[in-house]
Design a protein around this ligand. Structure first.
Ligand SMILES: [Zn+2]
Ligand SMILES: [Zn+2]
Length: 342
């Protein structure tokens, strides 16, 4: 197998040939056909998350087909198309696991962070944390659902019932959440980097009734605001935008420091919460709903070998929606030995 490996945080991923592993008990091996690029991958590469572990293969929006089954795997078949999310394993015994909060497990493994992920031609996954994807939709179009979609969905749930929803940062997650929220009958207000009119137009296409600059006041008082952009300065901004009793949800795994703000912004029973990881139930619920609604994703494809470029483009905001890595097919032929075919 081949992978884009992070050997040292803060340095580019390196194209590396690795031995094919056999799945252990309860594991499956998946041939990767698409892997989304998430902002969390950038935080992993930049060394911004606690306890960085290297070498590691990033990538946690993985779509592929099972090509080897470990012993004891039930309910999954060779050749089946599956998705592998960020939540790679939980302990099953800590207080959180026992209380249906496995997203907060004390001893978890996360795909592409503490166990090898999908910036690769193959990976080994714990079969209990793999979602069957069926055959509807292309591999690349489904990949962003596995984190951007899932975390967005969980943030939407935590945000509660309010009808007027603000989304701060309109990237991969927001473009999926906007469609779900619109389907639920919510009014979506999209806040982007100032003067980013291209993304604002994209947000309107994806169901937002209003789109504007994040440094401008909201046109109406919001019930809920979800912050996807990793910018702590947006916390007081979003608190200012929500009504009394309103809620601000921070959906990213990492955020720059939140500037000090007057207590007045929180007063009035406004609440400020974060969303961490996902549960398997979130995945089951969201993937079913996404299929039912007919969620569409805007993807920009990159060959797996260009993962560094995809990460840099994500950093710069060079594309709308999500970047997806597609492994080059490596074929051995009798005449030419190894040849690379896009
Ligand atoms: Zn646990
Ligand atoms: Zn992610």
């Amino acid at each position: 197998m081949h992978a884009m490996v992070l050997n040292k945080t803060g340095s580019p991923l390196q194209w590396t040939e690795l031995p094919d592993r056999h799945p252990g008990p309860g594991e499956v091996r998946v041939r990767v056909t698409a892997c989304g690029v998430c902002r969390t991958d950038l935080h992993v590469v930049d060394g911004e998350l606690a306890h960085p572990q290297v070498p590691i293969i990033p990538g946690h929006e993985v779509v592929g087909r099972i090509d080897a089954l470990g012993t004891g795997v039930l309910g999954l078949a060779l050749g089946e198309r599956v998705g592998i999310p960020w939540l790679g394993h939980t302990c099953g015994v800590c207080r959180y696991c026992r209380q249906h909060q496995e997203n907060l497990c004390d001893h978890p493994l996360f795909t592409g962070y503490t166990r090898d992920g999908g910036f690769a031609t193959a990976l080994i996954a714990d079969a209990a944390y793999v979602f069957a994807l069926g055959e509807e939709g292309s591999d690349a179009s489904l990949a962003p659902l596995l984190c951007a979609g899932l975390i967005g969905w969980r943030a939407l749930l935590i945000g509660g019932e309010g009808k007027k929803l603000g989304l701060y940062g309109f990237g991969a997650a927001a473009h999926i959440v906007a469609q779900v929220a619109a389907w639920q009958g919510k009014s979506v207000f999209a806040f982007t980097r100032p003067t980013d009119i291209a993304t604002q137009a994209f947000a309107r296409q994806m169901g937002a009734i209003w789109a504007g600059d994040s440094d401008q006041p909201a046109p109406e008082s919001l019930d809920v605001a979800i912050i996807f952009a990793p910018d702590g300065a947006l916390v007081p901004t979003a608190l200012r935008a929500v009504r009394k009793g309103g809620r601000v949800v921070c959906a990213g795994i990492h955020m720059s420091e939140i500037p000090a703000f007057a207590y007045d912004l929180l007063w009035g029973e406004r609440s400020l919460v974060s969303v961490a990881n996902l549960t398997r139930q979130d995945g089951v619920d969201f993937l079913r709903l996404a299929a039912q609604i007919g969620v569409v994703t805007r993807t920009t494809l990159y060959p797996l070998t260009q993962a560094n470029q995809a990460l840099e483009d994500l950093r710069k905001g060079a594309f709308e929606g999500a970047a997806v890595l597609v492994p080059e097919v490596i074929q051995a032929t009798p005449d030419t030995g190894i040849e690379h075919v896009h």
